[in-house]
Design a protein around this ligand. Sequence first.
Ligand SMILES: N[C@@H](CCC(=O)N[C@@H](CS)C(=O)NCC(=O)O)C(=O)O
Length: 208
Amino acid sequence: MIEVHHLNNSRSQRILWLLEELEAPYKIINYKRDLDTNLAPEKLKTIHSLGKSPVISIDGKVIIESAAISTYIIDQYAPSGFSPDQNDEDYYKYLELMHYAEGSAMLPLLLLLYSSSLGENAEPLMGRIFSEINLHIGYLSECLGDNEFFFRNKFSGLDTMLSFVLEAAKISDSLKTFPNLTNALDRYQSRPAYKKALEKGGEYILGS
Ligand SMILES: N[C@@H](CCC(=O)N[C@@H](CS)C(=O)NCC(=O)O)C(=O)O
């Protein structure tokens, strides 16, 4: 069975949500952020040397990175047609957005988070950070268009992957000029599997 090494208030929540959507069997092993540093506890490094969450283990095999973990879970547990196979003409389009979430879209949102601790000293960076956030969130808005879901208007691993980006963007009010993304996030958060994952995962400030 999959063991999810789950950190409170973290990207690991999107993995619990995906597992709930697919009704896959899994066990949560909880880790708590340090109250002063907000970092993961050292013992997470006994699972993988980076000490980041999400990380899953299955029969001694360890997988890190949300996109790789999501792909593994989908390959193992999703019904056929849930995601495109390699022969599908849109396979690489799907792969692109799956990796875009962490590879590109999260970067300016993380810069904003980290630079906020610098107070006024971060001021010179803010214009560039916000223009990058706007660029990436604008791109996601364009990708979604009038659809409800990111891939062929059908729920997929892209929605669980991109949900964290939307949740992080909402914190800095960066979704407000993109009503299609605001509505998508509301729809995600009202799904029964999302709520069930929240109950199981515990503290998650981005989910409110
Ligand atoms: N790109 C990685 C990011 C993993 C990551 O940075 N996770 C954060 C939580 S959202 C973490 O473990 N932070 C705790 C720490 O750095 O100590 C993924 O998507 O899995």
